[in-house]
Design a protein around this ligand. Structure first.
Ligand code: SAH
Ligand code: DHB
Ligand code: MG
Length: 227
């Protein structure tokens, strides 16, 4: 498609002109490439939005579901003071270890707690042990259980919690109502959940660039949703 070249050039232009990132992001990205990790961290523009949003709401407690090499994690942690804490859930020991190295090198280790294992198991444990509620949540792990992640995240939210969800457009496949693909079906189940839920305010922004055609949801919890 002829627009793709323009999208990538514009992304490069935007990144160069307006997005300021700490230098450790570059070395962290390099480490992820050297270790053969999938290059599926959020687009830089989205990472920066998450960073700005965390600052804007003065987030003290944040949760990330799907850490990879820690790009999203560091974007949230660097927005906080030393009294902030980001809990990251990651299934892959290898990803978690590389993320921990990156976070240590960035000097953010006192604000980050990465827990390995299946995210849903960790989430159930967090809910049942009443560990506390989050000001900001970023859902970005496997897509099939997206609606389940969202529902349990509401149990971990309070009035005003901001929930970000990545990959809400999925190369446009999200409108394929007859899809057999588990990822597409999972993302669509989350749309159904958003449609019927009256306690939230939500939007989905489409995005294009080097990470392809995708998008993300920003959801604000209107009322206390925890039990
Ligand atoms: N949020 C990251 C990117 C996450 S990529 C960023 O933007 O920087 C998705 C991650 O989710 C991968 O690291 C993958 O290992 C992890 N993941 C996939 N399924 C998972 C599960 N069931 N529980 C926990 N982590 C999972
Ligand atoms: C892919 C992209 C993502 O942002 C993600 O969270 C998982 C997978 C992908 O392009 O395959
Ligand atoms: Mg993603």
């Amino acid at each position: 498609m002829k627009y793709e070249e323009t999208w990538n050039k514009v992304e490069e232009y935007i990144t160069r002109k307006v997005i300021r990132e700490p230098p450790y992001m570059k070395s962290a990205l390099r480490r992820s490439v050297e270790n053969g990790l999938p290059q599926i961290s959020v687009p830089v523009a989205e990472g920066k939005l998450i960073n700005i949003m965390a600052k804007a709401i003065n987030a003290k407690r944040a949760l990330e579901i799907g850490v990879l090499w820690g790009y999203g994690t560091m974007n949230i942690a660097s927005a906080m003071g030393n009294d902030g804490i980001v809990t990251g859930l990651e299934r892959s020991e290898k990803h978690a270890e590389i993320a921990r190295q990156n976070i240590r090198e960035a000097g953010l280790e006192s604000r980050v707690d990465i827990r390995t294992g299946d995210a849903m198991e960790s989430l159930i444990r967090m809910r049942d042990s009443r560990e506390g509620l989050f000001d900001m949540i970023f859902i970005d792990a496997d897509k099939a259980p997206y609606a389940d992640y969202f529902r349990i995240c509401l149990d971990l939210s309070h009035r005003g919690t901001i929930i970000f969800v990545d990959n809400m457009v999925w190369n446009g496949m999200v409108i394929e109502s007859d899809s057999d693909d588990e990822d597409v079906k999972g993302i669509r189940r989350l749309y159904d959940e958003l449609e019927k839920h009256d306690g939230i305010d939500a939007t989905v922004i489409q995005s294009v660039g080097s990470k392809g055609y995708d998008g993300f949801a920003v959801i604000r919890v209107l009322r206390d949703t925890h039990k």
